[in-house]
Design a binder for this molecule. Structure first.
Ligand code: F6P
Length: 444
């Protein structure tokens, strides 16, 4: 990473880390030099510590982090570890520091040039002072360098002085021809403008795309399974059946929830722009069909259609191939070996002529890129298997855990991802008195 303090580098590093782990199976880790400093020199250093005459002291933390990073990159994983954790053999390390001078970047290049790896610099530039101020107030003055040590106003002033110390020496990338040989992406104002230099190959391309979609606005994603379907009630997997009466009741409750909660600003109660996605299967479209599509004014000349439905085939449920339409008991009886293989490794198991969870992860990748680019909250009406994956990605679970997570019927899960965590709320829109029967088959 490259950039002045408070330019969202850590946020980008963390989100990119989760994306590469989940969607590309890369064993990815962030090495944050600030954490090394806090560990070795103690938290609570004031702005003088970041003056240029103290560079040599700070360099020690960068060296320690880089050394650990190289050790991490070249550790070998056993085949069984890779299989168990659902990762490929690739490793990615993100060196999260300011790296804001050419000298520092040359040092990184020199340390790594003899090693078999690809090096990409990601520079974050923010030209809007108000955004920088907001970043400092939200993310910096509450961290352990300041929390409980000084008042928020003094902490803010001190951090601004720290930024000024770095500004004195800052050399953006892409200016000096000496750096023309490096691979780098410059993200200006959260991807408003993106410049790339020598960015070639599949993974670097995906990284560039992911980062240019990302932004710093906090949004929530609401996940709901469709209402109970006829196949759920019959304990069958897959298919394209319609809703039961109970499923229809849920569809009505969900419409109310979408109107009263999802589409309204929690502070003012006023409508705010929101989006709606369903799969292409009947049961999700029917579940979303009572949701209102009111038109609201977002500025003088523009009108937003609330929850305009987008039907996405990539959101369809995991396809069970020859087992589609069977109950789990029927699958166990007809294909005992297959049943056992799936029990052993649910993530990579592929149904005969059907899909595996890994296949579904691959088709969700473009949708996640799209979701990352939205600045409005989104309600996704989907299916158990697919929602497990979307939930796991945002909530920070790894791929192996994802395949068995609980995504109950009749429940809306609200996720609000942040830099270091994800806030989760669950809304049960179901009166247990409605039935004593199980709503759908237990998962295997
Ligand atoms: O049972 C509902 C369902 O959505 C099926 O259509 C689908 O095959 C299944 O859940 C996915 O869950 P699992 O991977 O646990 O079988």
């Amino acid at each position: 990473m490259v950039g002045l303090p408070a330019r969202g580098k850590t946020h980008m590093a963390k989100r990119l880390c989760q994306y590469l782990r989940f969607f590309h199976g890369a064993n990815t880790r962030v090495f944050n030099v600030g954490e090394y400093r806090r560990k070795f020199a103690g938290a609570g250093q004031t702005s003088d510590y970041f003056a240029s005459d103290n560079k040599a002291v700070r360099m020690k933390f960068a060296q320690a982090a880089l050394k650990d990073m190289i050790d991490f990159l070249f550790q070998e994983d056993s085949m069984s570890f890779l299989e168990q954790r659902g990762v490929d053999s690739g490793r990615v390390a993100i060196f999260d520091a300011t790296n804001s001078t050419r000298e520092r970047r040359r040092w990184i290049v020199d340390q790594l040039s003899a090693l078999p790896l690809k090096l990409l610099f990601i520079e974050s530039i923010c030209t809007d002072e108000a955004v920088v101020e907001k970043n400092i107030r939200i993310a910096k003055i509450s961290n352990c360098d300041y929390d409980g040590i000084m008042t928020p106003e003094r902490a803010f002033e001190d951090f601004m002085q720290r930024v000024r110390n770095y500004e004195k020496e800052y050399q953006p990338m892409g200016v000096d021809p000496e750096e023309d040989d490096l691979s780098f992406i410059k993200l200006i104002d959260c991807g408003r403008r993106v410049e790339s230099n020598r960015v070639h190959g599949y993974l670097l391309g995906r990284i560039a795309q992911f980062l240019s979609n990302m932004h710093a606005t906090t949004c929530s994603i609401y996940l709901s399974r469709h209402g109970q379907s006829e196949y759920n009630a019959l304990q069958k997997v897959g298919g394209d059946s319609v809703l039961t009466q109970m499923g229809e009741n849920y569809a009505l409750k969900l419409a109310d929830f979408a109107d009263q909660v999802v589409s309204r600003d929690p502070k003012t109660g006023e409508p705010r722009p929101t989006r709606l996605w369903t799969s292409s299967l009947q049961r999700t479209i029917l579940t979303a069909r009572h949701i209102q599509h009111e038109k609201i004014k977002t500025s003088v000349n523009s009108v937003w259609v609330q929850m305009a439905p987008r039907v996405l085939r990539n959101l369809d449920e995991i396809y069970a191939g020859v087992c589609d339409g069977m109950t789990y008991e029927e699958i166990r009886a007809a294909y005992p070996a297959e049943f056992e293989l799936r029990r052993q490794n649910k993530l990579s198991y592929r149904y005969p002529r059907g899909e595996s969870y890994l296949d579904v992860i691959a088709r969700l990748d473009p949708l996640i890129q799209e979701l990352e680019s939205y600045r409005e909250d989104v309600l996704i009406v989907g299916h158990q298997g697919v929602l497990r994956l979307i939930y796991a990605y945002f909530a920070g679970f790894d791929r192996v855990e994802a395949a068995t997570l609980s995504i109950p019927l009749n429940t809306v899960i609200k996720l609000t991802p942040r830099t270091h965590d994800c806030i989760e709320e669950r809304f049960c829109l179901y009166d247990p008195a409605e039935t004593t029967e199980p709503l759908d088959p237990p998962s295997y």
